[in-house]
Ligand binder design. Structure first.
Ligand code: FO1
Length: 314
């Protein structure tokens, strides 16, 4: 068993993956398997927000203010396009546009997404391996009280305000894991589920045929994205409430029941540890707030040491 796999999506997932990359003596021992459900076509360009956010963050290129897009970004193309009447609800920076232009050019030339991601990671100096969970398009559809919404329409255009009643991962049943995904999961000494949104970042990864099965028989540790009953970032707590579940670390553990063997909750929620242990056998109480590169690294190092057999509280 070699290597560590992180399942990730969104800004929290990218930060945690970067923490794991910095905690591993050999960063190439990390494989990030990333959600592609947020992907969509805009201005005719293939936009892959979670892949880009993970790659930018692993490369140290991410915009520190938003977590997505590029550091040192400018918005001249967006401003000039908006002056021509272009939709500007989804902000595309000048540097970020280069990624979308080149990815779209390569896709049109027939290059599969996982190869494009590898080429971009090489160009950006990313040491870890980043894989889309599948090369296929499996768009996440949010079922709301207003009907079905495409993910970015729901998340960005409507600022995740519509009431969510369910999620659909269109075409998942016909998708296959991208080359390297199942092999990485089978050979990993541990699989870490990042503190990403369970519904729209992690579930779309688990929905790809073969992924859940490949998790069997090894330590699977999830880090709670809910702290003190709230999401650190984004709509996860609101989604729990709208689905009739009180948002909590325990609710996240319940959501992953049967998939995970280890669960990390924030020290704010230490009182839930006993209840969580009844859902998942191994529970770690830690400081999960990744407010600096050092804290990301420390959290990742602590989780890795724990999963590899150290004590239960860091
Ligand atoms: N999120 C926003 O809230 N507003 C935006 O204008 C926006 C633009 C954007 C451009 C490129 C990109 O890679 C991500 C972007 N995001 C934006 C984040 C995106 O909605 C992601 O899907 C979320 O981070 C959730 O994973």
């Amino acid at each position: 068993m070699t290597g560590v796999v992180v399942l990730a999506g969104g800004v929290g997932g990218a930060k945690f993956a970067a923490g794991v990359q910095s905690a591993l003596p050999d960063p190439a021992a990390l494989t990030a398997v990333v959600n592609i459900g947020d992907d969509f076509t805009h201005f005719g360009l293939k936009i892959c927000p979670d892949l880009d956010t993970v790659c930018y963050t692993l490369a140290g290129l991410e915009n520190p203010a938003t977590g997505w897009g590029r550091r040192g970004e400018s918005w001249r193309v967006m401003e000039a396009a908006a002056a021509l009447g272009a939709p500007d609800w989804f902000r595309l920076g000048d540097l970020d546009l280069a990624t979308h232009l080149e990815r779209t050019r390569r896709l049109r030339a027939g290059q599969p997404l996982h190869e494009i991601v590898a080429a971009f990671c090489a160009a950006w100096g990313v040491k870890a391996r980043v894989l889309p969970v599948t090369d296929s398009a499996v768009p996440t559809i949010v079922l709301t009280d207003e009907g079905e919404l495409a993910f970015q329409e729901y998340f960005v255009r409507r600022r995740w305000q519509p009431r969510a009643v369910g999620f659909r991962f269109a075409g998942a049943e016909n998708a296959r894991p991208a080359p390297g995904v199942l092999e990485a999961l089978h050979t990993a000494e541990a699989v870490l589920i990042a503190p990403s949104n369970p519904f729209v970042s992690i579930d779309p990864i688990l929905a790809i045929p073969g992924v859940r099965e490949a998790l069997a028989g090894k330590p699977i540790a999830a880090v709670s994205p809910i702290v003190g009953g709230e999401a650190v970032k984004g709509p996860a707590a609101k989604m729990f409430r709208e689905l009739g579940v009180a948002p909590s670390a325990l609710a996240v553990a319940e959501h992953y029941r049967g998939v995970i063997s280890h669960f990390v909750l924030d020290k704010t929620d230490a009182l839930q540890a006993e209840a969580v242990r009844r859902v998942v056998p191994r529970v770690l109480v830690a400081d999960t707030m990744m407010t600096s590169a050092e804290k990301r690294r420390a959290l990742a190092a602590g989780v890795l040491a724990w999963v590899r057999g150290a004590r239960d509280t860091i």
